[in-house]
Design a protein around this ligand. Structure first.
Ligand SMILES: NC(=O)c1ccc[n+]([C@@H]2O[C@H](COP(=O)([O-])OP(=O)(O)OC[C@H]3O[C@@H](n4cnc5c(N)ncnc54)[C@H](OP(=O)(O)O)[C@@H]3O)[C@@H](O)[C@H]2O)c1
Length: 311
């Protein structure tokens, strides 16, 4: 394992963060239906009260609303909050100068002078990895971000990004990818192991599989909107895993399925950033911290998860 650099060490000390895609997003999350600014402010506050200090947003979430809300919430608290945001590689953004330009837009919405982590939201055929890493390096050198990361990068792209940044003497801090008991691609294709080896923090998005691992959705009661459509074939197969999670949670003093799902991600060595629409969800999610699944329980959960992907 590569020794952690001083710049990125802080990310490895964070056990759980808070995802802010929900804040303002109407397309997937139906912002304004059942929750709005008041509820997400409470979700932020409840997370802070339970010691969460890392919030993940993106310029694209709610078309900037998520960043603006986070900026407001930060102003209202004395607690230090670490901010991660993201650059979306729109097709009209093709030069390295687009990175600091976009980040300045995010900083203005957030009302801060710099962020703690600036991530590329996903790979693009429009720009080479070298150009993207030059763009991120400009952001670090300009003092606009403390560290930089990637998202949705497979192992080979991630290693190429790591090497390109190393030529600027900048460490690749993180790779944010989909990772949960219902999506173990990053574990199975070696990305997680490679991250550990290179000192890159794997940030796990959708760690409760967009609500599915809570057990509140079923074939008869699917999640609303596009989520319901994308999970149509998965929903009939998750029952045995959910049951096992409940049994294991009970053995730990009544931990919920969501808490088991998040503790499993932490056990695997990744940083989960569950999204929360309200204080109740945020509070429950933080209960994924402070206890530990046993090796044997994780083995059983892995087997139940494998049985779904093989079915
Ligand atoms: N880099 C990327 O490409 C990318 C992609 C996706 C997400 N992300 C980031 O990762 C974060 C988390 O991922 P995600 O939001 O997709 O999925 P998630 O964290 O797995 O699920 C969040 C959703 O689950 C439900 N939920 C949350 N807590 C709950 C609880 N305690 N009990 C029951 N239901 C609960 C809520 O939706 P309902 O109440 O409507 O069910 C919530 O909106 C995002 O906010 C974003 O910051 C990044």
């Amino acid at each position: 394992m590569t020794e952690l650099s001083n710049e990125t060490r802080f990310l490895h000390a964070i056990e759980m963060g808070l995802g802010a895609w929900q804040w303002g997003d109407r397309v997937v999350w139906q912002y304004g239906h059942g929750y709005s600014d008041v509820e997400v402010r409470q979700a932020f506050q409840a997370s802070l009260d339970e010691g969460i200090r890392f919030v993940d947003t993106a310029e694209i979430y709610g078309n900037g609303r998520s960043e603006r809300l986070l900026g407001q919430f930060i102003k209202e608290t004395d607690q230090p909050v670490l901010i991660a945001t993201k650059f979306l590689p729109f097709p009209w953004r093709f030069g390295k100068a687009s990175f600091p330009r976009a980040l300045k837009g995010s900083l203005a919405r957030l009302g801060v002078e710099s962020v703690d982590l600036y991530q590329i939201h996903g790979p693009t055929p429009i720009m080479s990895i070298d150009t993207m890493m030059e763009g991120l390096a400009e952001c670090v050198k300009g003092g606009l971000t403390r560290t930089v990361g990637v998202s949705n990068f497979g192992q080979s792209r991630m290693v190429a990004a790591y090497s390109a940044l190393a030529r600027h003497s900048i460490p690749l801090a993180s790779n944010q990818v989909h990772y949960s008991l219902l999506n173990r691609t990053a574990e199975k294709n070696g990305t997680l192991a490679r991250c550990k080896e290179l000192g890159i923090r794997l940030i796990a998005y959708s760690p409760i599989e967009m609500g599915l691992l809570s057990g509140k959705y079923s074939v008869d009661a699917p999640p609303p909107g596009s989520r319901g459509r994308s999970y149509i074939s998965l929903l009939p197969r998750i029952g045995p895993l959910l049951k096992l999670m409940t049994v294991i949670g009970q053995d730990h003093g009544g931990k919920s399925n969501v808490q088991v799902a998040l503790n499993w991600v932490i056990y695997k060595g990744a940083l989960p950033i569950p999204g929360a629409k309200n204080a109740q969800q945020a509070l429950e999610n933080t209960g994924g911290l402070g206890w530990k699944l046993t090796d044997e329980e994780v083995e059983r959960l892995d087997e139940a998860s494998d049985a779904i992907s093989e079915s």
